[in-house]
Ligand binder design. Structure first.
Ligand code: C5P
Length: 288
């Protein structure tokens, strides 16, 4: 018998604001961040009653684990354990279009999508799904909501904000990233003064969009040059050619430009020519 197939897109994100406001006793940091999902997305399929295991395809498949270490598989494990279900005959197929380990949240989004699909099928309570999301990582809770949202705590307290209308975003994806990137970025930021959350607060209470590149704030930009070799040169060239700021996506190393004009988006896309990064044109997107 053919397996039952559950399918949904798993969108990428950028942080429009990312403030690190303090250190916690559990080794994590307090953050105050405004996130936005994008049209760029992986496609996640959960297959029930077929050959078990993970399969990764698509242009960004390289570097994505296709075993139990993948966050999407861990998501299924976490939910199955809480719902008293077995993973026998469960397959996960991810068609990867989001560059891995770039700061775009692809792995977390895939995991959250598996949680949503299985939760619906198994009738899991919202609270249980959120528990699983937080057991897997700090960005997963946001992806259960999507669109424009603010996340605080270590990222698990998510509040939906006024939804931004669709606008162009150009991503610049460098060829290399580093091991344990997020942990190292947070450790590097400990040497800097913490943020006070005022940028996220202002965004939350006053901002209605559209977002321009100069509105974006990311605390990790203070330390990114030290950690990612060659990023400074790419960054400088992009800003010079575009004539507007570009920003770090999450913990990097992807950079992005956001604006309103399609002419400027084309200019941003062309600005990557000859630089060590791949440009991707996408748009901000509300949840499907
Ligand atoms: O939650 P996630 O697995 O994405 O985090 C990876 C690492 O990043 C954590 O082990 C921690 O070192 C760091 N982190 C942090 N504060 C956060 C989120 C992540 O220090 N709010």
């Amino acid at each position: 018998m053919a397996p039952e197939v559950l399918e949904a897109p798993a969108p990428a994100k950028v942080n429009l604001v990312l403030e690190v406001t303090g250190q916690r006793l559990d080794g994590y940091h307090e953050i105050d961040t405004v996130l936005q999902t994008l049209e760029l997305a992986d496609t996640v399929q959960v297959l029930l009653g077929g050959a078990p295991g993970m399969r990764i395809t698509g242009p960004c498949a390289a570097g994505t684990p296709d075993d139990e270490s993948n966050l999407a598989w861990r998501a299924a494990l976490e939910l199955a354990a809480r719902c008293g279900k077995s993973l026998n005959g469960l397959g996960i197929h991810i068609d990867k279009w989001i560059p891995a380990a770039g700061g775009l949240g692809g792995g977390a989004s895939d995991a959250a999508t598996v949680l949503r699909l299985l939760a619906q099928r198994w009738g899991a309570a919202e609270e249980t799904v959120l528990e699983c999301a937080n057991a897997i990582g700090s960005d997963e809770a946001f992806f259960l909501v999507g669109g424009t949202a603010r996340a605080t705590g270590r990222g698990e307290r998510v509040e939906r904000l006024h939804q931004l209308t669709s606008q162009p975003v150009v991503l610049f994806v460098p060829e290399t990233t580093i091991e344990r990137k997020t942990a190292r970025m947070f450790a590097a930021i400990d040497r800097m003064p913490f943020d006070d959350g005022s940028v996220s607060r202002a965004f939350t209470h006053r901002f209605r969009g559209p977002v321009r590149s100069e509105d974006v704030f990311n605390a990790f930009e203070r330390v990114a040059f030290d950690l990612f070799d060659g990023l400074a040169a790419t960054w400088e060239k992009l800003e010079e050619r575009i004539g507007e700021p570009v920003h770090l996506a999450g913990a990097g190393p992807t950079l992005f430009w956001i604006g309103t004009s399609t002419d400027m988006a084309t200019r941003a896309l062309n600005a990557a020519s000859g630089l060590q990064c791949t440009p991707i044109l996408t748009r901000t997107a509300a949840p499907a």
